[in-house]
Design a protein around this ligand. Structure first.
Ligand SMILES: *Cc1c(COP(=O)(O)O)cnc(C)c1O
Length: 220
């Protein structure tokens, strides 16, 4: 096996193991390979190894890299995991199959318009500022009910909640809290867990894990 294929096999194995410990099926968990900053020639080997769901954090970078790759592999799903400016909503709706970073009412309005215009509904996760960090994006927990109510009234399909817990401390309590918020609001999707903590996230119910450096190596 070449190195990317071996890394992918290792991550899949760890996902299956964590799922087993939690008495879940590995198929309940979508591995989103976060390819931000990595050029197409690093992505191609993962596609060859069977990976079909990828994530980027910037609209412009995704637009530069992915149309050519997807021409070869139209079955690939592309997810947006980074902050989205409202003025990029049209491009995002055309390019992405899922958006993990819906975090404010103005973006909800912009996405609803863009989806209506494109005649295309893109499933979204509402990103929650789960550690109430001043510098971090995401909807405040207190604002979540209003945000979800507004989404229900419009064009935007919300499938779950997403978080990036505070760095440097045990993430499990934050994952558990996100899971409770999702359950309280009748949402099935949970986008949580990255390279360092995806197994913990799976034990606490993650349906989408976002793994970058463990698949691609460290970013510069
Ligand atoms: C970069 C990024 C990831 C992947 O992080 P790794 O630690 O490299 O696995 C996951 N989620 C978001 C929102 C990111 O920006």
């Amino acid at each position: 096996m070449d190195q990317p294929a071996a890394l992918l096999a290792d991550i899949r194995e760890r996902i299956a193991h964590a799922a087993g410990v939690a008495r879940r099926q590995p198929g309940e968990i979508t591995l989103v390979a976060i390819s931000k900053t990595h050029p197409a020639d690093r992505i191609v080997p993962l596609i060859a190894a069977g990976q079909r769901v990828f994530g980027e954090n910037r609209v412009q970078e995704a637009q530069d890299k992915w149309p050519a790759l997807r021409e070869q592999h139209p079955e690939i799903a592309l997810h947006l995991v980074g902050q989205l400016q409202s003025n990029k909503a049209d491009e995002a709706v055309r390019l992405f199959d899922c958006i993990h970073s819906l975090d404010r009412p103005s973006l909800l309005t912009a996405l609803a318009k863009a989806m209506d215009k494109a005649g295309r509904q893109v499933p979204c996760f509402v990103q929650v500022n789960i550690g109430a960090e001043a510098q971090k994006g995401g909807c405040a927990i207190a604002d979540l009910p209003a945000m979800l109510a507004a989404a229900r009234g419009g064009e935007v399909p919300v499938i779950g909640l997403m978080c990036v817990p505070p760095a440097g401390i045990e993430p499990a309590p934050f994952f558990a809290l996100l899971g409770k918020l999702a359950a309280d609001n009748g949402l099935a999707g949970l986008s949580m867990g990255m390279s360092d903590d995806f197994e913990t996230a799976i034990m606490l119910g993650a349906t989408h894990v976002r793994v970058g450096s463990a698949l691609f190596g460290t970013r510069r």
